[in-house]
Ligand binder design. Structure first.
Ligand code: AMP
Length: 447
């Protein structure tokens, strides 16, 4: 089914065609007619499914076909659609999509987030903004200063609403909701459903249509997943070895803690591998700059914590490495969702030490799949090493060692595990063979 049959205007179909999309993805096929009809929507979809276009395209269509009420009051002109996202990077990415898909329309969009000067944002808000993409905290700063007009919002989108709740944004969201007109369309997107989300959705949505793209789509068959078993103190050497041996370029590496991310960047530099970290303690300009370099193919390795990398859309990302396994199994799915997207091939490698076997077993339950395990020659794990508790950035009692800072939401996130259909045994099975077979290294095109 081509895009032209969905009822979107020619200008929008032209923009997506130029972007190279030939047909809508499943979430787009389901979401677009509902949003066009003006109804509320509750949609379960991960990043990588095409969800952004799923809400952006019909939103653009509706705003451009319904004329806005003239602004009679003086002061800041009213905004017509508000898209809230949990992270700055996701906000920037969504606004880029809005801008791109709407390039043949007369609508104006703006992105707003914290960590950068508020002044230029205030200046921009004096002119017309039809679609505002924002993170909750900075939006409320503007509300406090009276520099944003939310009194005429026609459509509200909560993107990655579950993650916003995990990040503790519920009060901010409720405050923002209280400022919006009662009559409006609401679209709520989530990756993992929870009781908290149910409460939010019940209070927010008016007779919504619920749609869900199956979780199994996420660990797409285009992603080759592999576990390398290795001792905890040799992970860094193994990572450097893999990067060099396979000539990997554009590698996104996940660590559990911010401190771990910084340390790994330093260690890779000693191995002459160029890397930058993005996490919650980095300034926004540093995060933006690292991401831009990485997206443009000018940075070999980007090391990230789950929160910082959440929702990043880097097309055709060839390699994702879990330097540490995530505590929350669903985060594994989000992480590897960065690769092999929209039909491109990708590789997701996890370096797993004896401390993490139970995490691996949880992940395999959630993805209902046993992952292939290998040992790289020269990096055989020492069977005498005993598992140690993972500290997760909190200093355990009696531990005089340094506290590692973790990006907060990972600690709070405790989604319910998915139903287990295939029983898997807890212990990983190991195949002894060396890592071989070089994969292509590809340049990205920024989406
Ligand atoms: P999202 O899930 O919104 O983060 O989108 C994931 C990726 O899929 C982005 O790189 C989009 O540009 C791409 N994409 C979205 N819709 C389509 C489509 N209909 N055909 C091909 N690629 C798409």
């Amino acid at each position: 089914m081509p895009f032209s049959t969905l009822g979107l205007s020619n200008e929008i179909v032209r923009a997506v065609t130029e972007r190279g999309y030939t047909k809508p993805t499943p979430i787009q096929m389901q979401a677009i007619p509902i949003v066009l009809s003006g109804g509320d929507l509750l949609a379960g979809a991960q990043t990588g499914t095409g969800k952004t276009a799923g809400f952006t395209l019909p939103l653009l269509h509706r705003l451009s076909s319904i004329h806005s009420v003239k602004n009679v009051s003086s002061g800041f002109p009213p905004i017509r659609a508000l898209i809230l996202t949990p992270t700055r990077e996701l906000a920037a990415q969504v606004e880029e999509s809005v801008h791109d898909y709407g390039k043949y329309l007369k609508l104006k969009s703006m992105v707003m987030y914290g960590g950068v000067s508020i002044k230029p944002q205030k200046q921009r808000l004096k002119d017309r903004v039809d679609i505002l993409v924002a993170t909750p905290g900075r939006l409320l700063d503007h509300v406090g200063q009276g520099t944003v007009n939310l009194s005429r919002i026609e459509v509200l989108v909560l993107d990655e609403a579950d993650r916003m709740l995990d990040m503790g944004f519920i009060h901010d969201i409720r405050r923002i909701l209280s400022l919006l007109p009662k009559k409006r369309q609401n679209l709520l997107f989530f990756a993992t459903f929870s009781d908290k989300l149910k409460t939010l959705a019940t209070g927010l949505l008016n007779h919504p249509t619920t749609i869900e793209v199956a979780r199994s789509n996420v660990t797409a068959s285009t992603v080759a997943q592999k576990i390398y078993q290795v001792d905890r103190d040799r992970k860094r050497q193994l990572l450097a070895h893999l990067i060099r041996q396979h000539k990997w370029f554009q590698v996104l590496v996940f660590t559990r803690t911010k401190h771990g991310a910084d340390r790994l960047v330093k260690q890779l530099a000693e191995d002459r591998i160029q890397a930058l970290a993005i996490h919650g303690n980095k300034s926004q300009p540093a995060r933006t700059q690292a991401l831009a370099k990485f997206k443009n193919g000018n940075l070999q390795v980007m090391v990230a914590t789950d929160i910082a990398a959440r929702g990043l859309d880097i097309s055709e990302l060839p390699h994702v490495v879990n330097f540490d396994l995530p505590n929350v199994p669903e985060d594994y799915v989000h992480r590897i969702g960065r690769t092999g997207r929209a039909g491109a091939e990708g590789e997701a490698v996890s370096l797993v030490c004896v401390d993490e076997y139970h995490l691996l077993a949880d992940i395999e339950k959630v993805i209902q799949q046993e992952l292939p395990k290998e040992v790289v020659a020269g990096f055989e794990p020492n069977p005498d090493i005993k598992p140690e508790a993972i500290k997760n950035g909190r200093k355990p009692k009696g531990d005089k060692g340094k506290t590692r800072a973790i990006d907060k939401p990972s600690l709070q996130a405790s989604p319910k595990p998915s139903p287990i259909r295939t029983p898997v045994d807890g212990k990983p099975r190991i195949t002894h063979r060396s890592a071989s077979g070089e994969r292509r290294s590809s340049k990205t095109s920024k989406s």
